[in-house]
Ligand binder design. Structure first.
Ligand SMILES: Cc1cc2nc3c(=O)[nH]c(=O)nc-3n(C[C@H](O)[C@H](O)[C@H](O)COP(=O)(O)OP(=O)(O)OC[C@H]3O[C@@H](n4cnc5c(N)ncnc54)[C@H](O)[C@@H]3O)c2cc1C
Length: 399
């Protein structure tokens, strides 16, 4: 599957950060991680910290899947609004998912600091806004639900939003949000882990798996074997190729990066934004003075068709930006497209699809893919050891 078009801004900004050699002989390990994006990097970090013997393989250069395309807004606000998630999944699961997503932002910052990653992690307040009067009622319900469950939120009127230069009917401002450069962070984290004992092979594709006694034998495209107890799939959207269950609806999404502004517009100093439209639009600033925006999702994943739409998306998204922030001149510098996916309840999938097999998945899909991957770290040892963890119940396969 071709999960993104060629030139996300992050790849140009960072160039190819670090490459590893491919696997050239049979080997063995305690745990094999398949996938070296942000999820694989975080899970490797957790396991290496716990003293496990781990090999990580990736069929591309590491971090060159969706993690290179991400616009990297870190929010506790899940694609399914809290008041709807409560109805769908019950109070405990819904509120805990929101709370733990919030915790994940702070957990991530701790790792950034520990490994001294220069990934421009910055805390921001997040504004969820409505451009139309018809969504204000919905936004009010969401505001009440969040307030009731202890989230630090403020109601922003049309006038208050106008002071930021945003033309919108109303908004919810949340205290906890952040941005970063995911590509840089994931690369830094893999490098850190490799210095602590993680063995990484890139350009090494998992082709098939055979169970042998208590172990798994992973066979690569070049026919090398990796004998291991557990296989952890951190294979992002391409996981649909190895799963029987239909867990995610794949679609296409688009992102633009503006030219750098001499001075960051006031609206982007302390805030990130997303709106109630379907598909939703979202905006953030970068440390080098650009604005990154995304949206324009299409209900298909065909890469050729997706990329052919880029010129049209550039025009439409720029226009949408201008409608929201008419006083900020958005001049396009980079555009890219990627595969994106939504689960039926907006929540991730964690654990073993088949309880009999030691094949585990960490699938943080949707607009909170990154924070969900951070949460995956908290439950991964329980999955390996077959012990209970609330996440393995809330986010289980077959739910
Ligand atoms: C345009 C865009 C904007 C986004 N914005 C946000 C955002 O603002 N906030 C947010 O939280 N999330 C966002 N996301 C989602 C987020 O980027 C993803 O959730 C996250 O990057 C997934 O990371 P990952 O490591 O699971 O997957 P990936 O980065 O795709 O890594 C999976 C890796 O597995 C490897 N792989 C797959 N199959 C095999 C195999 N058989 N053998 C070996 N290796 C294999 C791939 O090569 C790949 O490197 C966005 C996504 C896109 C496309």
């Amino acid at each position: 599957m071709d999960i993104r078009s060629n030139e996300p801004y992050w790849l140009i900004k960072n160039a190819l950060a670090k490459s590893y050699s491919s696997l050239k002989e049979d080997t063995e390990t305690e745990v094999l991680i398949v996938g070296g994006g942000i999820t694989g990097a975080l899970i490797a970090y957790k396991l290496i910290t716990e003293g496990k013997k781990v090999i990580l393989i990736d069929k591309r250069d590491v971090c060159n899947g969706s993690s290179a395309a991400s616009t990297a807004m870190l929010q506790y606000e899940i694609d399914t609004p809290l008041h709807e998630l409560i109805d769908e999944r019950g109070l405990t699961c819904a509120v805990s998912s929101y709370k733990n997503c919030e915790k994940a932002i702070f957990d991530l910052k701790k790792i950034v600091d520990e490994i001294k990653s220069d990934c421009q992690f910055e805390f921001k307040k997040s504004i969820y806004f409505s451009s139309t009067k018809k969504d204000v009622n919905f936004l009010e319900k969401e505001f009440e639900a969040r307030k009731q469950h202890g989230f630090k939120v403020k109601w922003l009127s049309k006038e208050k939003l106008g002071k930021l230069g945003l033309i919108a009917e109303a908004g919810i401002e949340s205290e906890s949000g952040a941005v970063m450069d995911t590509y840089k962070f994931a690369n830094d984290l893999l490098k850190y882990c490799s210095e602590k004992g993680l063995v990484i092979f890139d350009r090494t594709e998992l082709k098939s798996v055979k169970a042998k006694n208590e172990n798994q034998v992973a066979i690569t495209k070049d026919e090398f074997k990796i004998k291991t107890k557990h296989i952890l799939y951190c294979t992002g959207y391409e996981s649909v190729e190895t799963l029987d269950e239909d867990v995610v609806k794949l679609k296409s999404t688009y992102a633009l990066a503006s030219e750098a502004f001499q001075k960051t517009p006031k609206a982007f100093k302390d805030h990130i934004y997303w709106n109630t439209s379907e598909p939703y639009l979202y905006f953030r600033g970068t440390e080098d003075g650009r604005i990154i925006m995304g949206g324009g999702d299409e209900e298909f994943k065909n890469a050729k068709k997706r990329d052919a739409l880029l010129p049209k998306k550039e025009k439409n998204l720029t226009k949408e930006f201008n409608n929201c922030f008419p006083d900020i001149p958005f001049t396009l510098d980079y555009s890219w497209a990627g595969t994106f996916g939504e689960t039926k309840d907006g929540l991730p999938y964690l654990g073993k699809p088949n309880p009999e097999k030691d094949l585990h998945y960490v699938l943080g899909f949707g607009g909170n893919g990154i924070t969900f991957s951070v949460m995956g770290m908290d439950a991964i040892l329980n999955s390996l050891e077959n012990t209970p963890h609330p996440y393995l119940e809330y986010y289980k396969f077959g739910r």
